[in-house]
Design a protein around this ligand. Structure first.
Ligand code: HEM
Length: 406
């Protein structure tokens, strides 16, 4: 029931967010025992205050249970001090230098993808560019064959779907996850990465998995479980999110021709335009936390062990933070959006996502003259309640005939 309502809202959740911020900024949905934070300051607090709002999602499905804090907890689902150690080790391999060095390769991959459609004059932007590009980039970065990317999509979609569990009761969620909740390493994706990790231990390469295997801090290294977790996290976190950033950007540019012409004429405007896309149509609409102690939030008392949804998509449209918040303005300054989160879990891949979007959009605008939507009407929302984007975006442009040399 709630899921159906959410699906309806997913195309345009903003009027509902607006209403909630005004009348019930911290809402307790008692039927599902869920709390929603919608105002900028409250959302920031939920994301950043790990002492009161834990990221340990296991609590959501096993309320009251004593949890093993010592190991086998994912980076994204851990709290300090475990999180501090994991993040420190992972940052050693996932460096800004490694990301920056990818710029040329991202350009080549974008050109390769556009070469396949350039002369045709039309494509589904999501399926033919925005989806394959981030998968190819992360596959190369990790050092796994790009040819396996069809398989990555299957795994990635399954993980995205599992996040929908947050809207189930503890009992339903347990039912949904039966059979698919195999320990990391036992499932197909785990076995796939376990084999590559084994190969890199034997013969290190110049790739991220080799870097992760070698990373060491205070004499400690990542365990096999941590390595598997990080590979799958990157594969999923780094993919669909960036897909939605690129397709949301194109969609917004097509709806705001003045912005499109401005960035086409002056690509130096693109980085700020991308920040505005991140604010205006945030690819990740929310993250959730579990309250670990009784806490005040927006004037309400949240009891312990409650699931709290921090609505990033709403925070980024909060009028108290952003003047004319519902206006898409690529010259907005300052633009303190929280599309990449806030606090210790701030997105590790933000520089990569920004780089991919900048390079891909730049090439796209340069190569495809008179870009426009090829069909009007509502577009299907992307899968996974956590994400905001479109599943398809058919576009057309003035095709240049292919030059055939004899
Ligand atoms: C537009 C694209 C992206 C968006 C909107 C996005 C959004 C986010 C958000 C909101 C968080 C915070 C999670 C929390 O507070 O619980 C996060 C964390 C994370 N993101 Fe991203 N992300 C994007 C791209 C990427 C990419 C490209 C990668 C890597 C290749 C990546 C890897 C991660 C990781 C590893 C974390 C967990 C960090 C931690 O727990 O310390 N993300 N992301």
């Amino acid at each position: 029931m709630l899921n159906r309502f959410i699906t309806m809202q997913r195309r345009n959740p903003y009027p509902l967010y607006w209403l909630l911020r005004r009348v019930q900024p911290v809402l307790h949905f008692s039927r599902y025992d869920l709390w929603f934070a919608t105002r900028y300051d409250d959302v920031k607090k939920v994301l950043a205050d790990y002492e009161h709002f834990s990221s340990d999602f296991r609590r959501a499905f096993r309320p009251g249970e004593e949890l093993d804090q010592s190991s086998k907890v994912s980076l994204i689902a851990s709290d300090p001090p475990v999180h501090t150690k994991l993040r420190g080790l992972m940052t050693k391999a996932f460096t800004p230098k490694a990301v920056a060095s990818l710029e040329g390769r991202i350009g080549e991959l974008t050109h390769e993808l556009l070469d396949q459609v350039d002369a045709v004059g039309q494509m589904d932007l999501v399926q033919e560019l925005a989806y394959p590009l981030p998968v190819m980039v992360i596959a190369e970065m990790l050092g796994v064959p790009a040819a396996d990317r069809g398989q990555f999509k299957v795994w990635s979609d399954a993980v995205v779907r599992s996040a929908d569990d947050i809207f189930s009761t503890a009992q339903d969620a347990q039912g949904n996850r039966e059979g698919s909740d195999a320990p990391l390493g036992a499932g197909e994706m785990g076995r796939y990465f376990a084999e590559i990790i084994k190969q890199r231990r034997a013969v290190p390469q110049n790739d991220l998995i080799s870097g992760l295997v070698a990373a060491e801090m205070d004499g400690e290294k990542l365990s096999e479980w941590d390595l598997l977790d990080f590979c799958s996290l990157l594969l999923v976190a780094g993919n669909v999110t960036t897909t939605n950033l690129i397709s949301n950007a194109v969609l917004l540019f097509l709806q705001h021709r003045d912005a499109l012409e401005a960035v086409r004429e002056n690509p130096a405007l693109l980085p700020d335009a991308i920040e505005e896309v991140l604010r205006f149509r945030s690819p990740v609409q929310f993250m959730f936390r579990i309250s670990s102690a009784e806490t005040e939030l927006g004037g309400r008392i949240v009891p312990p062990e409650q699931r709290v949804i921090a609505l990033i998509g709403s925070a980024n449209r909060d009028e108290s933070q952003f003047e004319h918040a519902n206006r898409f303005d690529i010259s907005r300054k300052p633009n303190r959006h929280i599309a990449f989160g806030q606090g210790v879990h701030y997105c590790l891949g933000a520089p990569l996502a920004r780089l991919e979007a900048r390079v891909a959009l730049n090439i796209l605008l340069e190569r495809l003259p008179n870009l426009a939507r090829s069909r009007s009407g509502a577009l299907p929302p992307t899968d996974g309640v956590i994400l905001h984007g479109v599943k398809n975006l058919p576009v057309r442009w003035d095709a240049r005939p292919k030059v055939v040399t004899v």
